[in-house]
Design a protein around this ligand. Structure first.
Ligand code: GLN
Length: 563
């Protein structure tokens, strides 16, 4: 959608000013408060006021990027169009807003120190003693300034929780930033938790008071408190927070847990008046009479009142942590929204997949999705699942490793190449239908060296993907080292695994589809990173539609497809 639609005839114009306004969002009391979501929802609301928004996250961990971190611990690695491997909160930013998210949208302590140490080694500091203040804090401020300069508002989320040792330089840097850029151009929002004591039936404010106290020790007095709470805040609690935390009563905002879908968050924050409060405090004037939230309301309505449900099995090895496949699950939801269907996930751990039990395991599912992954563990389970979907004419969506598994299945089952495999799992592999390209063979460092970011793909119009996209050339994001091996292409195509998408410049296969199957698509890229609730990705919409269709079909006697 064009979220700015409905905002096209500006009524009032924001007074011209020299640079963007900055909003800094910190978190207090506990981690996992949903800071990223709150930032994204605020960004979306400001866009509806006609503002151009940029979004950014500062992560206090020492890894240079999350690319080499274990998804079990950290959740998925979100890939930007320019190929940065970033924190998954950036996915929320892109799903909720139209901000261009780039490598300047995510900085870690590791990156900041890397840059400073690099400069020190080059002699850029002319022999100075390098210290956290000012060298590290200056580097952080430069990072904040690197965010989009043409934006009206830049929202910078500070990862971690106030009181953590790791986040101190970031907090100090944003304090300095307010002095340098002018307090009127900077807004500090503190997201906190009101703890509910069931025995006392009371919301407690003390942890929030202490968290704000910590912020004030550094010299930041929050302008706005956003309070996550399970129970509505009373007037008394609001006054108490205001008094003890030195925040105006009107700037104490309640953020209740949402009941149905995270896409309710912006609507709820608007009801609480957060958007207007932010504009007023930053001296910005809305460019519209009333923000148009109708499209967003339609999304929420479709999520709450679906016409039906469809079960989709997701087969992967990081199944136990929801965040590890965050964008996949979101994109499936979006595909559901497009069809007014609730997608019910059946999470299947590929490690424990017994090929003999697939009939029972997948009984009644509408479709199978195999997401990306690394390493050999669980791969045979995924290949077996691809084969099962092919043989039973069940919709199959293979993403990255899921596409590679589909190719391995086809080579083994349709070409009789029993040893077909990926070079990733066996260097001596006899039939490496998935292999390393020459440039990847030279790579010695793991971090940031895969095929990363957006590449064009020419799509065959007369194919499932072509019909879904309705475009000849699409741009999709990548994150992988291994590729479909063209040495097997002719034979695989001859055996019914069509090539329906290609990165022409390097003649790399990007999309494969199985002939004589209702919906069997493997993509080497990650379409999930470009799906929004308001603009569901066409492949996900098409896959969910096919899965619904399959689930509605009467069981066919002898449904197994002849090979
Ligand atoms: N491990 C595979 C590769 O590196 C697939 C990566 C992925 O699924 N993102 O090519």
């Amino acid at each position: 959608m064009t979220q700015a639609s409905g905002n096209s005839s500006p009524q009032k114009v924001t007074p011209s000013r020299s640079g963007p306004k900055h909003i800094f969002v910190t978190g207090g009391v506990v981690s996992s408060l949903g800071k990223g979501l709150t930032c994204a929802a605020l960004g979306m609301l400001l866009e509806q006021h006609g503002m151009k928004v940029a979004m950014q996250k500062m992560d206090p961990y020492i890894n240079v990027d999350p690319g080499t971190m274990n998804p079990f611990q950290h959740g998925e690695v979100y890939v930007t169009a320019d190929g940065a491997e970033t924190d998954l909160d950036l996915g929320h930013y892109e799903r909720f807003t139209h901000a261009t998210v780039t490598r300047d949208s995510n900085y870690t302590t590791g990156q900041i120190y890397n840059a400073v140490i690099g400069k020190e080694r080059r002699g850029d500091y002319l022999g100075a003693c390098i210290q956290v203040i000012p060298h590290i804090t200056n580097e952080i401020k430069d990072g904040i300034r690197n965010a989009r300069s043409d934006a009206d508002v830049i929202i910078t989320e500070i990862g971690g929780t106030i009181g953590d040792i790791e986040s101190l330089p970031f907090i100090e840097a944003i304090r300095q930033f307010g002095i340098e850029e002018g307090r009127e151009n900077c807004l500090y929002i503190h997201l906190t938790l009101l703890t509910y004591l069931r025995a006392a039936r009371e919301l407690k404010t003390k942890p929030t008071q202490q968290s704000v106290g910590k912020l004030r020790e550094i010299g930041i007095i929050p302008d706005i408190l956003v309070c996550r709470t399970e129970h509505p805040m009373t007037g008394e609690i609001r006054s108490k927070l205001s008094l003890f935390c030195n925040v105006e009563p009107g700037a104490v905002i309640e953020e209740m847990d949402v009941k149905n879908t995270i896409y309710e968050v912006p609507l709820m924050l608007r009801e609480q008046g957060l958007d207007q409060l932010v504009l007023d405090k930053l001296g910005l004037v809305s460019r519209v009479d009333t923000p148009d939230l109708s499209q967003w309301r339609r999304v929420v309505d479709a999520a709450i009142n679906p016409d039906r449900e469809v079960t989709i099995a997701v087969v992967g090895k990081y199944i136990d942590l929801h965040d590890a496949y965050k964008s996949i699950y979101e994109a499936l939801d979006h595909g559901g929204l497009a069809n007014r269907v609730r997608v019910v996930l059946k999470k299947v751990n590929s490690d424990r997949l017994d090929p003999a039990e697939l009939d029972t395991l997948f009984d009644g599912v509408g479709g199978l999705l195999i997401p990306g992954g690394f390493g050999e563990r669980g791969v045979e389970g995924k290949i077996a699942a691809a084969r099962w979907a092919a043989d039973h004419d069940v919709p199959y969506f293979g993403i990255c490793l899921g596409m590679q598994c589909a190719t391995i299945f086809a080579a083994r089952a349709r070409l009789g190449l029993d040893d077909a495999y990926s070079r990733e799992f066996d260097e001596q592999c006899i039939d490496p239908v998935i292999d390393l390209m020459p440039d990847q063979k030279k790579v010695t460092l793991k971090g940031g060296t895969m095929r990363l970011g957006s590449y064009p793909c020419r799509v065959e119009p007369d194919s499932i993907a072509g019909r879904a996209y309705g475009q000849d050339v699409v741009h999709e994001r990548h994150r992988h080292r291994f590729e479909y091996n063209n040495a097997y292409r002719e034979r695989l195509v001859g055996a019914g695994l069509r090539v329906t998408g290609v990165f022409e410049e390097a003649d790399l296969v990007e999309i494969v589809e199985l002939e004589n199957h209702s919906w069997f698509v493997g993509v080497q890229f990650h379409p999930e990173f470009q799906s929004k609730p308001t603009e569901p990705h066409p492949l996900f919409s098409s896959f969910v539609a096919a899965s619904c269709h399959h689930e509605s079909r009467e069981p066919q006697p002898g449904a197994e497809i002849a090979r």
